[in-house]
Ligand binder design. Structure first.
Ligand code: FE2
Length: 271
């Protein structure tokens, strides 16, 4: 479980990631109270692994989609529940797995951008695959002219094309939403491709040209990324990029306490 905060007023003219925090010793209702005061969102990760009822529901949902969309396949999936403040927003980013969003309570505005250049470039997807950080991709306000904008109401669900960048703004209500991510064989191969191409670019200074997810070149990349992906440099970079920045204030609900900036243990161990 992680909780995220961001600076206010939110920087609308650039992409940015929220700071990550922990809930400390606060009880559940206090956490929800803090969220309702603004500036926070709470992510209950992978609820389908924790409660069988969520898993059954998501499987039924994918079954219904597969019955109506020929060729659709989502054998591997997981879902989380995000509870977010009335003023919350998720900055411009892209995800490697297939994505869905189910609105349970509150209203939000979702901007979906084309999954083509300049909105998303191969290097961005490679960085996401390498470093596991989705929001470090550039955003320009004029991108919004090309966005599909959808106001999501309770009971509605949204899917978008693979790797399409998106951002989300809550519409002045506390929001409860379920985020669903899924993987099939093509998506898995695409992820391997981005990881291998990222390694070629970062480790060997080679600009990869092939984006094929089948054939001998892809096979060679698959072997290479398997050998390198758990290497020390990638692990260290991931550890450095994912730190815990704050804790919820136990004495003043809705406030946060900054945690001292120090290298995480995983980074020290890998150094
Ligand atoms: Fe996303």
């Amino acid at each position: 479980m992680s909780i995220t905060a961001w600076s206010r007023p939110a920087p609308r003219d650039r992409a940015g990631s929220g700071a990550k925090g922990e809930i400390g010793r606060l009880r559940g209702h206090q956490v929800i109270g803090a969220i309702s005061r603004g500036g926070l969102w709470l992510n209950l990760r992978n609820v389908t692994a924790i409660d069988r009822r969520y898993r059954d529901m998501i499987e039924r949902m994918f079954g219904e989609i597969a019955a109506r969309v020929p060729g659709f396949d989502a054998p591997t999936h997981q879902a989380g529940i995000v509870i977010s403040s009335p003023d919350a927003q998720v900055y411009y980013h892209a995800d490697l797995p297939g994505q869905g969003l189910v609105q349970i309570a509150g209203r939000k505005r979702v901007y979906i951008y084309p999954n083509t250049q300049p909105f998303i470039r191969p290097e961005h997807l490679e960085n996401i695959a390498l470093f596991d950080v989705e929001v470090d991709i550039p955003y320009e306000p004029w991108y919004d002219w090309h966005a599909q904008v959808i106001d999501l109401e309770p009971g509605q669900m949204l899917n978008w094309p693979l790797n399409a960048p998106h951002r989300v703004e809550n519409l002045d209500t506390v929001n409860i939403s379920m985020t669903i991510s899924y993987v099939n064989d093509d998506i898995r191969r695409t992820r391997i491709l981005h990881l291998a191409n990222g390694m070629l670019r970062h480790r060997f200074g080679y600009a990869p040209r092939s984006r094929s997810i089948r054939g001998p070149v892809f096979f060679a990349k698959r072997v290479m990324q398997k050998l390198l992906r758990d290497g020390k440099s990638v692990k260290r970079e991931r550890a450095v990029r994912r730190t815990i920045d704050f804790r919820l204030d136990e004495s003043d609900l809705g406030k946060i306490v900054d945690l001292p900036k120090e290298p995480p243990k995983a980074a020290l161990a890998a150094a």
